[in-house]
Ligand binder design. Structure first.
Ligand code: PHE
Length: 410
């Protein structure tokens, strides 16, 4: 549709014949997963920020107020020297609102704006990014990236780029170069920046993967990005497969010159948060990050990398059952063990019961009689069932309980 206005994050945008946004994409924009501090993507983002904060005190600034994903073609492509006929610009790959405005395809779209602020010599920019792509368990048209940027004063480069406890010594004279050294940089300058970049990323990845693999293997594959040179992709060997985790390189000096940082040199990286989170949290399907299901969301807590426990893809239905222990008010010594309740549920519901929890227990202040409430989560592993079906099972649970135990239903 063209010639209309659409609203994205409280702003109105005029569409034209380039508009190719789908309704499902528009819905995703408002979800803002990174605002939930207990979401695995946000947990990972915070762990990375903490790592940089700990290792490079006060040199990094986290930027995550760029949640509106609409940028100009200039920001996303031109400013980064991406060619006019680069395939990434095609409307088959990128979501356009109109000829000049689009949904950012990478966090690099914010490099200039952040660098121009001159608020820091280091930035970590996290945001949702959008790409039209294939459909499978590891591809989704919206995902999240984190852009790392670090600048050094040219005059004090040797000092500033030193990293203690370095992991590996890199020397771009010896190894294959990922693209040419920029003519405005000398070999030593470039070497120092690249060493700092690679050590910083190695340190980060080793820290993140320390519980998965103590001797994690990392390799650097030469790559090409128009906005960095030389450039690499970092890969790690995980469960026998090389996983590409991020692109990186020495920032094109022209970007620094144009943003008022001509006296500096620096590096940048862009890493995919989903890729890393899927491995660390053992999340098998990228769609799960968008799940609003409590069975997914309640599993994760800020600051912790925990292993995802799978659950049925079919919907859950919760039913509560409350009762007094003892049929009469004077029965204060009756008890029923949890496991006896669980057996009744298994008898009546079979595998349709996914879990049963005691959610409330109290003693009546006057009579001294005890009350209990159990919540049963009904969920099939292979089908969706009707509410009537669940009601029938729930009634069966109640009937058996009444027969077996000395209780009064509430
Ligand atoms: N923006 C690049 C991508 O999305 C990654 C990148 C970031 C590469 C910064 C180099 C420097 O593929």
């Amino acid at each position: 549709e063209s010639g209309h206005y659409i609203q994205i994050c409280n702003e109105k945008y005029k569409t034209d014949q380039f508009n190719n946004l789908s309704t499902s994409i528009l819905q995703k924009i408002n979800v803002k997963l990174l605002k939930n501090e207990n979401h695995p993507l946000t947990i990972l983002k915070s762990l990375i920020e903490d790592h940089f904060e700990k290792n490079f005190k006060n040199q990094y600034m986290a930027v995550d107020n760029l949640l509106n994903p609409v940028v100009t073609a200039k920001q996303n492509f031109d400013d980064l020297f991406i060619h006019k006929n680069h395939p990434g610009r095609a409307p088959t790959d990128t979501y356009y609102i109109n000829e000049n405005q689009l949904l950012r395809t990478h966090t690099s779209a914010h490099q200039r704006e952040v660098l121009s602020s001159k608020l820091s010599d280091g930035y970590l920019i996290s945001a949702d990014v959008y790409r039209r792509d294939e459909i499978d368990v590891s591809h989704y048209p919206v995902f999240h990236q984190m852009e790392g940027i670090k600048l050094f004063s040219k005059s004090n480069l040797t000092e500033e780029s030193k990293i203690q406890n370095s992991v590996t010594k890199f020397n771009i004279k010896e190894e294959k170069k990922g693209g040419p050294i920029q003519t405005c940089h000398d070999l030593n300058e470039c070497d120092l920046v690249v060493n700092n970049l690679k050590k910083s990323l190695e340190g980060l990845i080793k820290e993140l993967f320390k519980n998965e693999d103590e001797n994690l293997q990392i390799r650097w594959i030469e790559a090409f990005f128009p906005f960095t040179s030389p450039s690499w992709e970092m890969e790690v060997l995980f469960r026998g497969k090389w996983l590409e985790l991020c692109g990186c390189g020495v920032i094109q000096q022209e970007i620094l010159n144009k943003t008022g940082n001509g006296d500096k040199v620096g590096w940048a990286f862009g890493l995919g948060l989903e890729r890393i989170a899927m491995v660390l949290f053992n999340i098998p399907d990228i769609r799960l990050f968008w799940s609003q299901d409590e069975r997914f969301l309640s599993q994760f807590k800020k600051g912790q990398i925990t292993q995802f426990q799978s659950f049925s893809k079919y919907p859950s239905c919760y039913k509560d059952i409350s009762f007094w222990l003892g049929k009469n008010k004077s029965d204060t010594n009756v008890n029923v063990h949890d496991n006896e309740i669980f057996d009744v549920v298994r008898d009546a519901a079979g595998d349709l019961a996914e879990d049963v929890k005691l959610i409330d227990e109290f003693t009546h202040p006057k009579t001294g009689r005890k009350s209990k409430c159990y919540r049963i989560n009904y969920c099939s592993l292979n089908r969706t069932f009707t509410n009537a079906e669940v009601d029938e099972i729930q009634n069966k649970v109640k009937d058996i309980m009444l027969k077996r135990f000395d209780i009064e239903l509430r």
